[in-house]
Design a protein around this ligand. Structure first.
Ligand code: ZN
Length: 508
């Protein structure tokens, strides 16, 4: 049973998919006019985890996310740089994908763009005009009439009077009601324009998501996501458009899932915040990724429940890096044990008197793993609580490291049954990692070195024995043995160099 906090009802509801075993999701995407900032990235990382969680839970997931590639800000940037709006959009969509790849965000099933969905957008506006929910002004502007729909404001729970009081709307005398919003904007000089029944122009912002979700997910779909700043007016207007066009108050999204803001210095991350733009703090995803691994950034974003605000700072990144290091260390330890198992180093020897103790120790580890995996799923099933789920993974990491410590200290003997158990624990650990979307990239060198600290002592001791034996062979002029040792070490990835001070070694 999966519970979801639905912004529409303001309660946690039991999720009932429209189609058994399937989940359909629409998430509002970016306006590609500049490099995405950390606040922009949050919803996409969250939805990536939700998708992974549903997929692991056996659902077939369809995920649609748009690009608002026709927009005031894009046109402004294009005119400023003397390029086309398409150049600006293409360039920033490429940057967006580069950032998302670094954050392990899997691609959506489809990324509709406004410029490529124009026919569907125009068709929906025409439907709204035909049904009397929209009106056309002289000159070709088309507006949605908010008074025509009785439930306008149901998502943000505000009446038209509340909205009027809260909004600083520039008075446009041509509108029937101040809260009416543009569906189609007539063409202006130096702006891209498309043909329509109302003359050349381009769509208003809100209509694209109504048209795209209908085209790619149908009249009803399960989830609609986005930042909580989109609740009003964007999502409110999407509901008004779609439900009026479809003539069905139950159509469109069934569950509204909104993520909290990212704050920097306790202020919402925003490109209009001058302090944040001053470069004194990390702000764009590109800037952050230049200093920190994508998986660390991803983990930090998931360590706070998606509905809560998240204060972003470099010190929190440093903490997340340490935390990630501990998780990665346990992963590396499991990997090391698994390699030993595959190499046949775990040999069952029932004559060994410690056998019973060994089996029960590893068996306990599996029991812990199963318990923590079940807790992990329970946390994810309770409104996608990644923050809690991560703590269970961390707990398992601690158990693994304890076991590994006992193993390397020789307190646990390698036996076959341990091998099977360790592989099961590794599966459990990787199942958690797979849902959270970590361990998909090579661990950065400096972290790998830190991770292998406890191994390096052992390796150094072994290498000293081997090089001493080789020196003995050389002293006895047994060149064949000395060369054999050197060549076999080389084949194993270790280079031996003879220096006046003696032989030294390093990894190839
Ligand atoms: Zn949208």
């Amino acid at each position: 049973m999966i519970k979801v906090f639905n912004t529409m009802s303001r309660t946690k509801e039991i999720f009932k998919p429209l189609k058994t075993g399937e989940v359909s999701i629409y998430c509002c995407g970016v306006t590609p006019y500049s490099s995405p900032h950390i606040g922009n990235a949050r919803p996409f990382v969250i939805w990536d985890v939700i998708r992974r969680f549903f997929a692991k839970s056996g659902y077939k997931v369809r995920y649609v996310q748009n690009f608002t590639d026709v927009d005031d800000k894009i046109i402004k940037a294009a005119n400023k740089h003397g390029v086309t709006w398409k150049d600006i959009a293409e360039k920033n969509i490429a940057v967006y994908f580069k950032c998302m790849d670094a954050l392990n965000v899997r691609r959506a099933d489809i990324y509709p763009r406004v410029s490529e969905t124009m026919d569907d957008i125009i068709r929906m506006i025409q439907t709204l005009v035909d049904k009397g929910f929209a009106y056309v002004l002289e000159g070709g502007d088309v507006f949605y009439s908010v008074e025509k729909i009785p439930h306008y404001g149901k998502l943000s729970r505000r009446t038209l009077d509340d909205m009027m009081a809260g909004a600083r709307v520039a008075v446009d005398e041509r509108k029937h009601h101040p809260m009416d919003f543009a569906l189609w904007k007539s063409a202006k000089p130096d702006e891209p324009a498309w043909d329509s029944p109302w003359g050349k122009g381009r769509p208003g912002w809100h209509i694209e998501c109504s048209a795209m979700s209908l085209k790619f997910l149908g009249e009803k779909f399960d989830f609609h996501g986005g930042g909580s700043d989109l609740i009003f007016p964007h999502h409110e207007n999407e509901i008004a458009q779609s439900q009026a066009a479809l003539g069905d108050e139950n159509s469109f999204a069934q569950y509204w899932v909104h993520n909290g803001f990212i704050t920097i210095g306790n202020e919402k991350a925003s490109k209009s915040n001058e302090e944040q733009q001053s470069k004194k703090t990390l702000f764009t995803v590109e800037e952050i990724l230049a200093k920190y691994p994508g998986e660390v950034v991803r983990l930090l974003l998931l360590q706070t429940h998606y509905r809560n605000p998240l204060e972003f700072s470099e010190s929190r990144l440093v903490e997340a890096q340490e935390f990630f290091g501990k998780l990665a260390r346990a992963y590396w330890q499991l990997d090391t044990l698994a390699r030993k198992i595959h190499a046949g180093e775990f040999i069952k020897d029932t004559a060994e008197k410690n056998f019973a103790i060994t089996v029960s120790r590893a068996g306990g580890l599996v029991e812990e793993g199963e318990r923590l995996l079940s807790n992990f799923y329970a946390a994810m099933s309770d409104d996608f609580n990644t923050a809690l789920a991560i703590t269970y993974m961390f707990e398992l990491a601690g158990e693994i490291s304890d076991y590994y410590g006992e193993f390397t200290a020789g307190k646990i003997l390698p036996v076959t049954i341990d091998g099977d158990i360790i592989l099961r624990v590794r599966d459990i650990y990787l199942e958690m990692a797979d849902i959270l979307g970590i361990f998909e990239q090579p661990v950065p060198v400096e972290q790998a070195e830190e991770i292998s600290d406890d191994q390096s002592e052992l390796v150094n001791a072994l290498m000293k024995i081997i090089l001493d034996l080789r020196q003995d062979a050389r002293s006895a002029k047994n060149w064949a043995t000395a060369d054999k040792i050197r060549d076999e070490l080389k084949a194993a990835g270790i280079v031996v160099e003879d220096t006046p001070q003696g032989a030294i070694w390093h990894k190839a």
